[in-house]
Design a protein around this ligand. Sequence first.
Ligand SMILES: Cc1cc2nc3c(=O)[nH]c(=O)nc-3n(C[C@H](O)[C@H](O)[C@H](O)COP(=O)(O)OP(=O)(O)OC[C@H]3O[C@@H](n4cnc5c(N)ncnc54)[C@H](O)[C@@H]3O)c2cc1C
Ligand SMILES: NC(=O)c1ccc[n+]([C@@H]2O[C@H](COP(=O)([O-])OP(=O)(O)OC[C@H]3O[C@@H](n4cnc5c(N)ncnc54)[C@H](OP(=O)(O)O)[C@@H]3O)[C@@H](O)[C@H]2O)c1
Length: 259
Amino acid sequence: MELGLPNATLVERRDVTASLARFFVVPDREPWTSFEPGQFTNLGLLDTETPEIPTRLVRRAYSLVSTPGVLPLEFYVRRVRGGSLSERLFALRPGARLWLDERVYGRLTCEPLPPERAALFVASGTGVAPFMSMLRAYASAGRWTRAVLVESVREASEFGYRDELEALARERSEFTWLPTVTGGGEHDGWIGRRGRIQTWLEPASFAASTRVALRPDALHAFLCGNPEMIEAVGGLLGELGFRPHSRRAPGEVHVERYW
Ligand SMILES: Cc1cc2nc3c(=O)[nH]c(=O)nc-3n(C[C@H](O)[C@H](O)[C@H](O)COP(=O)(O)OP(=O)(O)OC[C@H]3O[C@@H](n4cnc5c(N)ncnc54)[C@H](O)[C@@H]3O)c2cc1C
Ligand SMILES: NC(=O)c1ccc[n+]([C@@H]2O[C@H](COP(=O)([O-])OP(=O)(O)OC[C@H]3O[C@@H](n4cnc5c(N)ncnc54)[C@H](OP(=O)(O)O)[C@@H]3O)[C@@H](O)[C@H]2O)c1
């Protein structure tokens, strides 16, 4: 059982759609914990179902979108229908108090990426969150030879960082954003790519649109979001010779499952 008391304030919420929003949170204690881009922490609210335990929390993991040392902390949250915490987060207004873990977690970081390799980031839904932190931190720092973000959402309106990513792609010739939409209709105004991520990882077309060979000696792949997407894309990369990464057995595929 997790116990705690509110120790942070929601200072801003930017709604992307009715069920997708960017949350900006300031901790009471500054400076906040140091972290690596790509890591996550926990947000929580007091559990209203157990008034007999007034400090009991409902808490869940959320990737940090913001970069180390920058406040407010930013999170990108999907409202899950019937979800215990996310529904309640969407009821919060600026000024609301919430619980923020003081620790950070996770191994989906750029640490294993050799500097002479390219980075392939693959995101479904809010899985783009850790990659925003990495791109913000490293895009101008020469951390990779090239970086490609393949991002899949159901509706074009769900690209919550579209302006920032389009601007980054204009500014940094070594960065390519490959957004793809899987739902919506023909008349939704989206004139870009459609279809699941796998369509855009066909090696010849990938190399043509990114100038990166989809080979394990050329890049490391970072996958985040829906576990079925991770399974499917991980399998596809495995057929191309990529190996899953672990501390004991270094490889080129790094993953974080959101559920
Ligand atoms: C390491 C890690 C990092 C995470 N980072 C983020 C993040 O940055 N943004 C974010 O929105 N969520 C993130 N999540 C998911 C988050 O922790 C919660 O699971 C999610 O907010 C649902 O919690 P809930 O209490 O509302 O739903 P619950 O009552 O716990 O129901 C959970 C169910 O909701 C579904 N679900 C969970 N997460 C999502 C999601 N993001 N999109 C669609 N369906 C989902 C799954 O079917 C899951 O079984 C992360 C999870 C992990 C493990
Ligand atoms: N499962 C469903 O059909 C469905 C439909 C509507 C809403 N929802 C619910 O709506 C909420 C929001 O979901 P979300 O859109 O943020 O996240 P999500 O379900 O992870 O979808 C985000 C993107 O990931 C893609 N994706 C999912 N599974 C994949 C796979 N195996 N291989 C490749 N791509 C895959 C989706 O494509 P696709 O559109 O092709 O799946 C979509 O473009 C969740 O609670 C979800 O359960 C689910």
